[in-house]
Write a protein that binds this ligand. Structure first.
Ligand SMILES: *Cc1c(COP(=O)(O)O)cnc(C)c1O
Length: 363
């Protein structure tokens, strides 16, 4: 495959080859308009079409209702850690966070700068190896919102259910699982996701926000860029957006639509993950620290040998075979195979084949 490797990076991560080939074909002269999307005015009619299509296609594949706004912002998931409290922690000034890993913890720490944050539940005592079973009573009834991290990229866990928060707005970080499964958007007040894991190149952040949550902050007090309403009122064109990133993300949405939508992506993702977990569970050498099957991530498959030196050898030997970025996050070590939508089954098969040979040689 023209010198390309199977890239198991957690993000930025693989993109569909046919999307990149199409982008390459149109790089100097987009659709015959004589310019690259990189050179185009964000106010041009060509770019308006690109942005409008990207929004319409995302609405279609995610079944996003009309009373939600779709925003294409910058600043990654990290800026959302601040934008969420700045915009929504504006009633009682209280928000409840569920601590299921590094990103969840960072989100809560950022929110603490702006108000009263309570950790409603945590799996930290067990190195984030499971997702807590949350009940409505776990949350303060007067919280402005509850924040969860749907897929925990570093620890390889994922919610198998949407917590019941009663009348309290549910905010969800879907950075590493958006577009991998059908979700009921109406259960959430706000969903955000950085693009570089399962959508497109780094530099675009998708925010899906219910209209009644806009304008709840004092616009005279917060930086203009950080006010969701500004972006909602201006179709994400208040200032210059990441035009090229939105274009590539839009091409990915079109591809998903053509492939049969998110239901089809989900079917493939389950098939890939099931195969890899089944092999790990059957092997003598590898172990997945996430024991409860329903808590296991379909996107980030974490495993260890139990011997950090052997883990390092695994990562190095896999790399030599064109299976790259299999090291776990620098904070926890071990291995992590990120198998987002763009990872073909052939990549998972090649990984399992390598794992079998490595096991035979090292047990
Ligand atoms: C990667 C990641 C982030 C951070 O995203 P940036 O775009 O790098 O700011 C936040 N949340 C989750 C779940 C992630 O996986």
């Amino acid at each position: 495959m023209n010198g390309r490797v199977y890239n198991f990076s957690a993000g930025p991560s693989m993109l569909p080859v046919d999307v990149m080939e199409d982008v390459a074909k149109n790089l100097l002269n987009y659709n015959g308009c004589g310019q690259s999307v990189m050179e185009m005015s964000h106010r041009s009619k060509e770019f308006a079409q690109i942005r409008n299509d990207a929004e319409a296609d995302l609405r279609e594949i995610m079944h996003i209702p009309d009373n939600y706004k779709v925003l294409f912002l910058q600043g990654g998931g990290t800026l959302q850690f601040a934008m969420v409290p700045l915009n929504l922690m504006t009633g009682t000034g209280k928000a409840d966070y569920v601590n299921t890993g590094t990103w969840a913890k960072k989100a809560a720490a950022e929110a603490k700068k702006f108000g009263d944050v309570k950790i409603a539940a945590s799996s930290e005592e067990s190195v984030f190896s499971y997702i807590p079973k949350l009940k409505k009573e776990d949350f303060r009834a007067d919280a402005d919102y509850v924040h969860i991290t749907f897929n925990n990229t570093i620890y390889g866990t994922h919610y198998s259910y949407i917590p019941d928060t009663g009348d309290t707005t549910l905010v969800c970080d879907m950075s590493s699982c958006i577009l991998s499964e059908e979700i009921d958007v109406t259960k959430f007040g706000l969903i955000y996701a950085g693009a570089q894991k399962n959508v497109g190149p780094a530099g675009v952040t998708i925010v899906i926000v219910r209209e009644d949550l806009l304008g709840k902050c004092d616009a005279s007090k917060i930086p203009t860029y950080l006010d969701y309403k500004i972006h909602a009122d201006n179709d994400s064109l208040y200032n210059t957006p990441n035009c090229f990133g939105i274009y590539v993300a839009g091409a990915v949405f079109k591809k998903i639509k053509a492939m049969g939508g998110i239901a089809e992506m989900s079917r493939r993702d389950i098939e890939k993950a099931d195969k890899l977990y089944a092999y790990i569970d059957s092997s003598k050498l590898y172990k997945c620290p996430v024991k409860a099957k329903e808590d296991r991530s379909l996107m980030n498959v974490v495993f260890v040998t139990g011997n950090p030196d052997l883990d390092k050898k695994f990562v190095a030997e896999a790399k030599a075979e064109g299976l790259v970025n299999l090291n776990g996050h620098r904070s926890i070590g071990g291995m992590r195979a990120s198998i987002y939508n763009a990872m073909p089954m052939e990549g998972v098969d090649a990984l399992i084949d390598f794992m079998k040979r490595f096991e035979a040689d090292n047990i």
